[in-house]
Design a binder for this molecule. Structure first.
Ligand code: HAX
Length: 441
């Protein structure tokens, strides 16, 4: 067994005992009450899941195992000469629950390099799709094509003891994370660079090698990828991509099947696709206004027109957050450091000054502040990545770190099939009239 696998197993066994005791002593304790509106309106604020890797606070934003993004930027190991955290370190933190050493991170880079081989049939499957296919569709199809490699599926078919589920899931998670950058880069080069593919560089870190395979050798872009892959990795368990991966995994679907399901959720415009929508919206605004540097008044006017057309302002609002997303702030800091005079980045900042008061004035939006997707595209465009339909694939590669670490935990803790109760509106109506006693009085 590898070092990281051993450490994970030790932590998971201890957590398993803790949960068993906790449920023995407090299993019947009431943790919250559910209002009818929550049942009809997307279960907002309803506690119903355990996710060990990160926790979201409405005011302070995301914390990964207790660490905020600025803390991670300070404490996680960095690439030689770089200043952004290596995503390998964040994965280790989410999986093992402790900050990694430089050696741990180097070990993980080497393990992922070793496991990164992608079989030919996966590329052939991508090639079978029209080039015009959205990159997220190509990506999900490729992940499903890779499912032939699942250790979990093979071992389950051969009759695996349930005590070993975590072990097979661990191997699948490591293999899949190792392979994703190669697949994503292949799709990018196929769709946008005439199929001129770039071989991996075995000397680079996971995110640096991804940047290299995409065709971006600029050190600034590599640093951006390290930051990007770190901050997009996890956002506790209830968001659509994380929850879907967890839900599908609860049926003992393997890591490939579960993650592909999560990716399809990430591909929705109210979730991960918002990152492409933001840049599309700004490009359209610049086109319509015939300027690269719209003023606050021009932006305000454009926002009003977006709202009157019955559309959302992409990159703004959040189901849980009630302040500016610290992932937005981290990207803003990156912009201030590396490209303060870039007109598109400056437009993002003018939008940030303009949009919140307008959204607030509508009186119905719970969070008028920017989320992670409001900023990411402008940084990518700065380095030449203008193909915004690809942006959600980048998000997906990063999101694998969090949701696959969580799947390892799910199987190690023996979490059961997820199966909440649903009801019909007719039943609610009867219940309100006292004609149905399904919930009692
Ligand atoms: N622009 C216009 N209207 C908005 C809005 C926005 N950015 N955000 C919310 N609203 C509207 C909602 O559509 C809703 O209107 P109706 O009552 O007419 O249906 C009302 O305000 C109340 O919504 P809410 O309770 O504040 O927000 P929700 O929890 O329902 O939804 C969303 C959260 C993120 C889906 C929402 O804010 C939104 O659509 N934002 C724009 C899309 C976006 O940026 N998505 C990415 C979110 C972060 C993420 O997951 N990244 O991957």
């Amino acid at each position: 067994m590898g070092i990281i696998k051993d450490r994970f197993k030790e932590k998971a066994d201890a957590k398993g005992v803790e949960i068993k005791d906790l449920l023995k002593d407090h299993g019947t304790k009431v943790i919250g009450e559910v209002q009818l509106a929550q049942v009809f309106q997307g279960m907002r604020g309803m506690t119903g899941l355990v996710t060990e890797t990160s926790l979201l606070d409405a005011q302070d934003g995301i914390r990964f195992r207790g660490y905020s993004i600025p803390e991670l930027q300070e404490k996680l190991p960095k690439y030689d000469g770089g200043s952004e955290p290596l995503p390998e370190g964040l994965f280790y933190l989410m999986l093992v629950g402790e900050l990694p050493t430089e050696e741990d991170v180097q070990h993980l880079t080497a393990v992922w390099q070793r496991r990164s081989h992608v079989p030919n049939h996966v590329f052939a499957t991508i090639e079978a799709l029209p080039v015009s296919t959205h990159p997220m569709t190509q990506f999900t199809v490729a992940v499903m094509a890779l499912q032939t490699e699942s250790q979990f599926a093979k071992r389950y078919a051969a009759g695996m003891n349930k005590k070993d589920y975590w072990d097979a899931m661990f191997d699948d998670a490591m293999d899949l994370i190792a392979r994703l950058p190669r697949i994503a880069a292949y799709i990018y080069r196929r769709k946008y660079k005439n199929g001129d593919h770039i071989q991996p560089n075995g000397l680079l870190d996971w995110a640096g090698n991804f940047a290299h395979m995409l065709g971006y050798e600029n050190e600034g872009f590599k640093e951006l990828m390290r930051l990007y892959m770190t901050i997009h990795a996890d956002h506790e368990g209830g968001n659509v991509s994380a929850h879907t991966t967890h839900l599908v995994g609860s049926a003992l679907s393997d890591a490939y099947q579960s993650f592909a399901a999560g990716l399809n959720g990430l591909a929705g415009p109210l979730h991960g696709l918002a990152n492409q929508e933001v840049i599309k919206w700004i490009f359209e605004m610049r086109e319509e206004l015939q300027t690269e540097s719209p003023t606050g008044e021009q932006i305000a006017d454009y926002v009003q027109r977006t709202l009157s057309a019955g559309k959302v302002v992409p990159g703004y609002g959040h189901a849980v957050l009630r302040k500016t997303d610290p992932r937005f702030t981290a990207q803003m800091e990156f912009g201030k450091k590396h490209m303060p005079d870039d007109p598109l980045v400056q437009t993002i900042w003018t939008v940030y000054e303009t949009v919140p008061p307008i959204l607030q004035s509508l009186g119905k939006i719970k969070n008028p502040w920017p989320n992670v997707d409001a900023h990411s595209g402008a940084l990518l465009v700065h380095y030449g990545m203008v193909e915004y339909e690809f942006y959600t694939v980048l998000f997906g590669v990063s999101r694998a770190l969090g949701v696959l670490a969580s799947l390892c935990w799910d199987r190690a803790l023996g979490f059961p099939l997820e199966r909440p109760k649903s009801i019909t509106t007719d039943l609610v109506a009867k219940w309100l009239k006292g004609e149905d006693e399904i919930w009692g009085d």
